[in-house]
Design a protein around this ligand. Structure first.
Ligand SMILES: [Zn+2]
Length: 452
């Protein structure tokens, strides 16, 4: 007799897509206790099919692999060249998608990060991708042991960074069901409230208290910035996403909100990757959805305990195959999880640093509007934000980059908004901006001693 979240809360609506999510969920659920060799054999069969398809139909892979390729062993797979992030970002969509797909593999949606500057990053997703993404989220809710009929407040990234007025004055958008779309059709979710990162902390805290919200979904930094406004509010569960969760932050959040934190790791390009084990603070990979590899600088697999580069392969998105994609994060395999699940076990994910600035009183804010503006600026290659005082900022840009008067004016007003007062901003050109040992560039540096 099953007692998982689906067995307890399924609304019972019949639809081919919902049935496909049910099957994928049962698959994921059973894969927790499948013998490891069987799980690996199943992954290999899925990825062999994907590699044959991509190398024959997707121009980027045909070129990368030198023509049609078939793999039959894990060694064959590990010998495939990796897909570098820059290579994926720079290639036009037409080179990253097959000329033709049918049925569940056909693209149904494109996610676009679009700024005011026109530079776009596009990810094509198939229905099968969305089905597996929904099933992975369901298993995460199952592991977090929540009742979906509870209420939830979500603070998510704003897609329109220049929409300052809406963000600041927002009292939140109310949702009849906090999971819409596919999952909302499958289970009865409770009411939801949605804010954008950058909305005022007072407004978010007021909504949490007024509506006695059960769950919060947002980044660790956002949850931390809300703590001073909580005044006795208790959550039933916190879901952290989108950046590295430090152990100190976890402890602080659990104490402040009087509940457990459940952390998940995913990416826009590949979907759900891993989630916290229900029985430890480590992470289990959704092995039937993705292949996660951790490799050293020479591309060799890292043993448990040794940090390495994350390579991701999405097993179900034939609308835009991602194979051995170097996402730019660092992770460390754990040796074994006390729960004895067969799923791959990651001790921690590192290197998802977000850009934070300091405000008086020890408050922190994500400088996302600034970093996103710079990332989307077609004339900026590399940059770094230096905070010299509460209202004193410098942006370094490298020799290839240019910021015009218009950019400066926009950046200045975004900064004023972040620090809630008039900020000073200067731009300095440098030859190069040094990367961190992980290969990532540190984008924000705080260079002053805050008041106690
Ligand atoms: Zn475990």
């Amino acid at each position: 007799m099953r007692s998982d979240i689906l067995a307890r809360h399924d609304k019972g609506i019949r639809h081919p897509t919902l049935d496909a999510i049910r099957r994928a969920f049962v698959d994921l659920h059973e894969s927790q206790w499948t013998p490891v060799d069987d799980l690996r054999a199943r992954q290999l069969s899925l990825v062999s099919h994907l590699v044959s398809f991509a190398s024959a139909n997707v121009p980027l892979y045909a070129e990368l692999y030198g023509g049609p390729k078939s793999i039959t062993t894990w060694d064959d797979f590990r010998e495939l060249p990796t897909l570098e992030r820059s290579c994926a970002a720079d290639a036009p969509l037409s080179r990253r998608v097959p000329a033709r797909t049918i049925g569940l593999a056909a693209p149904i949606s494109e996610t676009t990060t679009s700024g005011t500057t026109g530079k776009k990053v596009v990810t094509a997703r198939s229905l099968k991708f969305e089905i597996w993404r929904a099933a992975c989220r369901l298993i995460e809710y199952d592991w977090a042991r929540i009742d979906p009929s509870g209420s939830c407040l979500v603070v998510r990234s704003d897609t329109n960074i220049l929409n300052t007025r809406v963000r600041i004055e927002s009292k939140g958008d109310f949702l009849a069901s906090w999971e819409e779309g596919l999952l909302g059709g499958l289970l009865a979710f409770g009411k939801g409230i949605q804010f954008q990162i950058g909305s005022r902390e007072e407004a978010i805290a007021a909504a949490l208290q007024e509506h006695s919200i059960d769950y919060i979904v947002t980044t660790p930094t956002t949850m931390e910035t809300l703590i001073p406004y909580m005044r006795g509010y208790k959550a039933k569960k916190l879901f952290t996403i989108g950046e590295m969760l430090y152990e100190e932050t976890r402890a602080k959040l659990e104490q402040a909100y009087c509940t457990k934190v459940f952390d998940v790791y995913g990416t826009r390009e590949v979907g759900r990757v891993a989630a916290q084990c229900p029985d430890s603070n480590g992470y289990h990979v959704h092995d039937l959805n993705v292949i996660l590899e951790i490799v050293d600088d020479d591309g060799m697999p890292c043993p448990p305990g040794q940090p390495g580069h994350v390579l991701l392969t999405s097993l179900h998105n034939f609308a835009m195959p991602m194979i051995r994609y170097r996402v730019g994060d660092i992770a460390v395999y754990g040796s074994s999880c006390p729960c004895n699940r067969s799923l791959s076990f990651v001790e921690r994910f590192e290197g998802r640093e977000v850009n934070r600035i300091l405000l008086p009183g020890g408050r922190k804010r994500i400088a996302r509007t600034i970093s996103k503006y710079l990332q989307l600026c077609p004339t900026v290659e590399n940059y770094q934000i230096k905070q010299w005082g509460y209202t004193d900022f410098e942006i370094l840009i490298d020799g290839l980059s240019v910021l015009n008067e218009n950019d400066l004016g926009t950046l200045k007003s975004l900064l004023d908004e972040l620090v809630e007062q008039e900020a000073s901003l200067r731009v300095t050109h440098v030859d190069t901006i040094p990367p961190l040992p992980s290969g990532k560039r540190s984008q924000t540096q705080i260079l002053f001693t805050p008041d106690e």
